[in-house]
Design a binder for this molecule. Sequence first.
Ligand SMILES: [Zn+2]
Length: 287
Amino acid sequence: MRSYSADYIYPIARPPIRRGIVTVDDSGTVIGVQDPAAADFVAPAAPPEWYDGVLIPGFVNAHCHLELSHLRGVSATGKTLLPFLVDVVTLREVDQTEIEQAIVEQDRQMWERGIQAVGDICNKADTAAVKRNSPITYYSFVEMFDFLQPERARASYDIYLPAYAAQPEPKSAVPHAPYTVSDALYPLINHLNTGSETVSIHNQETPAEDLLFETGSSPFAEFFAGFGASLASFSAPGTPSIFHALQRMDPSKRTLFVHNTLTTEAAILAAQAWGGKRHLLGHLPQR
Ligand SMILES: [Zn+2]
């Protein structure tokens, strides 16, 4: 058993601790984080090893696409979301060995950089074997989408079902984003989550997304056309996209909203009213 101390310990799950002490067992597992100022403080047998600065016992990567590791650096930076998504969809199919090697490498790098737990979005089964053997704790969000085409909902679901079956527990089925999931696909996704799953959805990432839901007219029309999809069966609700998704997702599930670059205070309050304050809104804008 060894213990470590620093100017501040950031346990992440609670506020920073000044001159806190982290205790680690012989296998390297963190077994305790103590505040020397707390009434129940028990001093370690030997003085802790001191580090100037800050110690963080473990990072959580709440949103990862491990199966896209081979695309690192492939799409040029500085693009807006839609051209980036075209790159992801059109450039992701490469030699399977290259895909699998990149998954192994990025899993290793995350662990070496202190990431203990990962919420991982997956459309395929490519990452399942690595997750089973990784020291990282993974939660797999098996993501489904049909480009808002209700007639494609069942076929899309059937494509993603084997990926869902192959991924290790814990896992859930999740909608990709408000702008890619039809009314026919939401119930199929919800139906797979029969327990106390956490789900995730990409939310309000680009102005074009809210524009589509508020007006029905948006650069998304051209984006969809590129994939042979039309917006003919979509009727815009006249609200930002998150409100549309909330009506179709299950409020009893803990929900991780991802990106939220355009999410307003009113939408945050609506999400909390919808399912309670356990929901998490990542990457909140400064406003
Ligand atoms: Zn994502």
